[in-house]
Design a protein around this ligand. Structure first.
Ligand SMILES: CC(C)(COP(=O)(O)OP(=O)(O)OC[C@H]1O[C@@H](n2cnc3c(N)ncnc32)[C@H](O)[C@@H]1OP(=O)(O)O)[C@@H](O)C(=O)NCCC(=O)NCCS
Length: 176
């Protein structure tokens, strides 16, 4: 994407910036990440321990957004060990009261911009077919970056030990 177009996209996402900070997580954010997931009622909640560990060991490939100093959203991700040009977004969530203001998009921008120096040029995420907000988030992100988005089945419902929607892999890139 040309620099001026990208700047315009990023600027348009900063419409309600007062009190918003987007940064890497620290372990003190772990409990808030767990709370945001539990309150989402959509995402699979992992143990509180998992979020603390993630904030310690995968902070570089994760993001937290705070509003007036309080965590309001996050992205947890990792650079795929066997495919180091790809960041896998594990979970993304924004507190319900802060949705619809571009926070998730800004966190994805922060994530890939921070990893660009490490030659990460692809973003992957899995989405359940009924999750329109998530589908729109990643489609909009790909479009804003001038990147392709390819969808393919990854985890059919039958792989899960309990009732679960199938997961579809979204692969977005190349990111420049
Ligand atoms: C998905 C989620 C993270 C989006 O957060 P958000 O901060 O509201 O998203 P943004 O404001 O950055 O919006 C990004 C894009 O998605 C669109 N969008 C956001 N919520 C939407 C909704 N409920 N329905 C349709 N589109 C939606 C926005 O219009 C925007 O598209 P645009 O750039 O074309 O206008 C948030 O809805 C959420 O936490 N949901 C529950 C958890 C979840 O489902 N996580 C994803 C699992 S992979």
């Amino acid at each position: 994407m040309p620099g001026d177009t990208k700047s315009a996209v990023l600027a348009s996402r900063q419409h309600s910036d007062s009190g918003v900070e987007v940064r890497s997580p620290v372990v003190e954010d772990g409990a808030a990440l767990w709370r945001i997931v539990v309150e989402s009622s959509v995402l699979d909640a992992n143990s509180p321990y998992a979020y603390l560990l993630w904030c310690r060991d995968f902070a570089r490939s994760s993001v937290v957004a705070t509003v007036n100093g309080e965590p309001a959203g996050f992205v947890t991700g990792y650079v795929r060990p066997d495919q180091p040009d790809t960041v896998m977004v594990w979970q993304v969530a924004v507190d319900s009261e802060h949705r619809g203001h571009g926070l998730a998009g800004r966190m994805l921008d922060h994530l890939v911009d921070g990893l660009a120096a490490e030659s990460v040029a692809w973003l992957e995420a899995t989405v359940t077919p009924d999750n329109q907000a998530s589908t729109r988030l990643f489609s909009s992100f790909a479009q804003a970056r001038g990147a392709d988005l390819v969808q393919e089945p990854i985890f059919p419902a039958g792989l899960f030990p309990e009732e679960h929607e199938p997961e579809v892999l979204f692969r977005i890139g190349p990111l420049v």
